[in-house]
Design a protein around this ligand. Structure first.
Ligand SMILES: NC(=O)c1ccc[n+]([C@@H]2O[C@H](COP(=O)([O-])OP(=O)(O)OC[C@H]3O[C@@H](n4cnc5c(N)ncnc54)[C@H](OP(=O)(O)O)[C@@H]3O)[C@@H](O)[C@H]2O)c1
Length: 348
């Protein structure tokens, strides 16, 4: 008999739905490779209702309902549930995929949701940066206490195994410095400016038109998203204790086409560079700022929505990971990998 793992989706937007598609596609592989029978038992959304069925929820029907703008209520079995809080308090899942929007101010309400789930002894896999940036130590300690997993591979570089490499692939190594380009939107804008001579505003408008940038681009262009990801890497891989406001942060809003052109004339390109470093006094410091990098170097070659991370350690010296073509599907894969790793007991 395969091991039965019941799962639920808290959030069923771009990432939640891509994960549902991926899960349906991988059910046989999970059974064959890991002897794992994954059974979806719940889906909760903000405006499309929620549904729970302990006997097994029809995930394809849930996808159809939400994609056609309908409500999930028809799929619900048992006593009707009120709001998300009921779902969190009662959902009969072994593991919840939390993919609600990131709140860069304090991580709420997801921080409280994840805390409540872990407290109930439910594993949590999340793509939401908020709870990790604001509650990593607390939530990890709680998960350990309850004997469950709190995994979040998709929060940095959209599902590429960056945290897994740092955490599991470098045993006994000390990470001295992490540098990289973690925000796709700003890298896309800078690339359009240098390649096509667009102004910042033109490149931003284009990024918004094709769905790379949000209508309110503040989080990306002012460096907040990059700062949050840098905090996650610093805290998880370097034992830092930073919050996003601790990061020395400067975005790309004030980068003019003339700056890009003068960098180019000097054989350089501008990149929104993220860095976490262990200082002489042992403290971990982090920064995000536009930085001129040599055109022949690796960082200048990171264009468009590609991301890169470089680890400097006391054993392997430098280790670099490049991620191409990120999106909801790759982010979904990070969550699926978290689930498999939890099912394999990697949280213990
Ligand atoms: N998109 C990416 O490629 C990507 C990459 C890395 C990380 N992430 C992170 O992954 C998360 C999800 O991203 P996304 O693109 O899927 O966002 P999204 O499309 O906006 O989906 C968010 C989902 O959460 C639901 N929701 C909102 N508030 C809720 C609440 N209080 N209770 C229950 N459900 C609630 C929404 O409900 P409705 O459907 O009713 O609106 C929606 O289903 C975010 O934290 C994001 O930062 C995304």
């Amino acid at each position: 008999m395969p091991d039965r793992l019941t799962v639920a989706f808290l959030g069923f937007g771009n990432v939640g739905r891509a994960l549902a598609d991926l899960l349906l596609r991988k059910l046989d592989t999970l059974r064959a490779d890991y002897d794992l029978a994954v059974v979806p038992v719940g889906v909760a959304t903000g405006g499309h209702g929620l549904a729970v069925d302990p006997a097994g929820l029809d995930l394809a029907a849930a996808l159809d309902a939400v994609r056609s703008g309908g409500d999930l209520a028809a799929l619900h079995a048992g006593t009707p549930l009120g709001a998300t809080a009921d779902f969190i308090a009662t959902c009969p899942a072994d593991l919840v995929f939390e993919t609600i929007p990131t709140n860069p101010q304090d991580g709420e309400p997801a921080l409280s949701y994840d805390r409540a789930l872990l407290d109930r002894g439910v594993h949590v896999a999340t793509a939401n940066k908020g709870p990790v940036a604001f509650g990593y130590r607390e939530l990890s300690a709680l998960a350990r206490e309850r004997g469950v997993g709190f995994f979040f591979e998709s929060t940095v570089m959209d599902g590429a195994p960056v945290l897994a490499v740092g955490r599991e692939g470098l045993p006994a190594a000390r990470v001295r410095r992490v540098t990289g380009i973690f925000n796709s939107t700003t890298n896309y804008i800078l690339t359009r400016m240098e390649r096509d001579g667009m102004t910042f505003d033109e490149a931003l408008r284009e990024a918004q038109a094709i769905g790379i940038a949000e209508t309110d681009p503040t989080l990306d262009v002012d460096g907040w998203d990059a700062a949050i990801k840098t905090v996650i890497l610093a805290n998880v891989l370097m034992d830092g204790d930073l919050r996003p406001a601790d990061v020395e942060r400067e975005g790309i809003r004030d980068i003019a086409l003339a700056d890009v052109e003068s960098a180019e004339a000097a054989g350089e390109r501008i990149r929104l560079l993220c860095e976490a470093v262990r200082a002489e006094d042992g403290a971990v410091r982090a920064s995000v700022r536009p930085t001129r990098v040599p055109i022949g170097g690796v960082l200048a070659g990171v264009t468009g929505t590609t991301s890169i991370v470089d680890f400097e350690t006391d054993t392997l010296h430098r280790l670099t990971i490049l991620e191409h073509d990120p999106g909801p599907e790759t982010t979904a894969y990070g969550l699926l990998a978290d689930m498999v790793n939890i099912a394999r007991g990697r949280h213990r």
